[in-house]
Design a protein. Structure first.
Length: 474
């Protein structure tokens, strides 16, 4: 069965209004998907409200077992989900399999966290009253997910919300709704009751989400995406004083000191830059290499990047698939052209290939100017922009000189210095001698304009809970 309709109250709902999902490797239509309107949103809210009353009353262990079952069922179908991710998102098969595995793991992690919403009982020092603190489900949650991780960004929100006892309405990105829709039969089989999870693809995202944020039953909004859209959602959330969980844009610096292990630095930079083709808020955006090793590092990185095979991600031999759409590809090309015009040298790549598909080759730029556009904005593509430094204080200043604060990466064999630098970087996460920070067991999130709240770890479940304090005598 093709899951291309709205999913409301455990049922598939057809609509006359539909939109096409495009395969970015071939530019062909993959599917025609139902587009939700305001009436559909109201139906989903009604269903979630009703289902949540029973779900929140279940014991934490009961909720935990359902999430554990969801992990088992999704894990058994990783290849299926990976193929679907590749078709609608474009990423290479191995990358898509990695995302599917990562996505499933959120169900297992929050199955374990569901039974650990620990409270507190203590004495008030002055009055002697008992202080009883507990965590309760916050209420209905609206989840807005991006196109770059069509499975993982959904499960990273659904799993903690269900663990906390909340009902949810998901608005997946219009470019990649198929993966999230295909997850619903898994949740059904795992025992998620009808109405607790609803999926509303729509090409009228702004109006649909704004309507739900102004429904008094909604108490949480969780969004992953650009800082610009996040600001708009925060303004809408302010009218209802909703709990916001915002994972927004990034401009990740990579700082490679002269004493870094070259192999570790190359592998870490490749992972930080090329995971998901660079279409990630965690992607390496500004690569600062100490001048003493910059020439050798640049040569080796260009060799590695140019050796990657570009093509349709369904081909097992392909390393790099297409970008998600033409606008993204053209934006990446514009970043490269701007950097070259301002003095950058193309070490490999740099040209848009002819033919079908939104492909852009892995590209390395050296001698990138501080005023290049790619230094100040997310590239969101397979372009490594290299700059050099000689002074530690200077590179810390340059790394922090951005409105974003999601993730940074540091490579050095001097552990004392590396930790000191990490502590001075104004980022919510730092990868030290590794190019990957995402982990279901860790609190994912940033500082400054990169968002509010955390996803993953124990903190991820608390985003969907309210803390209640009872002052008692007994």
């Amino acid at each position: 069965m093709d899951y291309t309709d709205l999913y409301i109250n455990g049922e598939w709902r057809k609509t006359d209004d539909r939109f096409d999902v495009i395969n970015p490797a071939t530019e062909e239509v993959l599917a025609s998907v139902a587009s939700a309107d305001i009436a559909d949103a109201d139906a989903a809210l009604d269903a979630a409200e009703k289902a949540m009353a029973d779900w929140a009353a279940r014991t934490p262990r009961e909720r935990s077992e359902v999430l554990r079952k969801a992990w088992e069922l999704m894990t058994a179908k990783l290849d299926h989900f990976a193929h679907l991710i590749t078709l609608e998102n474009g990423k290479a098969g191995t990358d898509a399999k990695g995302e599917a595995t990562y996505a499933a793991e959120f169900f297992r992690w929050f199955a374990e966290e569901a039974v650990r919403a620990d409270g507190l009982i203590t004495h008030a020092p002055s009055s002697g009253a008992r202080i009883v603190v507990q965590h309760k489900p916050a209420g209905l949650a609206v989840l807005v997910t991006p196109w770059n991780y069509p499975a993982a960004m959904g499960t990273r929100k659904i799993a903690p919300a269900l663990a906390a006892g909340c009902g949810v309405i998901i608005k997946p990105a219009s470019e990649t709704p198929l993966t999230m829709l295909a997850l619903m039969p898994i949740l059904e089989e795992a025992g998620v009751p009808p109405g607790l999870v609803n999926v509303l693809p729509s090409r009228r995202t702004g109006a649909l989400v704004d309507h739900m944020l102004h429904d008094p039953r909604v108490r949480v909004v969780s969004f992953t995406g650009s800082t610009g859209v996040g600001r708009k959602l925060l303004k809408g959330a302010a009218d209802q004083v909703l709990k916001p969980a915002m994972e927004l844009g990034g401009n990740a610096p990579v700082v490679i000191f002269e004493d870094a292990d070259m192999d570790t630095a190359i592998e870490g930079t490749m992972l930080a830059k090329m995971r998901n083709l660079g279409e990630a808020c965690t992607a390496a955006n500004r690569i600062y290499v100490h001048a003493d090793i910059a020439e050798a590092f640049t040569k080796r990185l260009a060799e590695r990047m140019s050796a990657l095979k570009v093509g349709d991600g369904t081909d097992p031999s392909v390393d790099v698939g297409p970008l998600v759409n033409a606008d993204t590809r053209d934006k990446v090309a514009a970043f490269v052209a701007d950097a070259v015009a301002k003095g950058a040298k193309v070490e490999c790549g740099g040209d848009v290939p002819r033919g079908k598909g939104y492909f852009y080759p892995p590209t390395v730029l050296s001698n990138v100017s501080e005023d290049a556009d790619c230094v100040h904005d997310e590239i969101f593509g397979p372009v490594a922009a290299i700059q050099t430094f000689t002074d530690q204080e200077d590179v810390i200043r340059r790394a922090n000189d951005t409105e974003y604060g999601l993730v940074a990466y540091v490579f050095s064999e001097n552990f004392k210095r590396a930790l000191q630098v990490c502590e001075r970087l104004d980022y919510g996460m730092v990868g030290l001698n590794r190019g990957l920070v995402s982990d279901p067991a860790a609190p994912f999130g940033g500082t400054k304009q990169s968002g509010l709240g955390r996803e993953g770890g124990h903190e991820g479940m608390l985003e969907f809970m309210e803390t209640q304090y009872i002052s008692a005598d007994w």
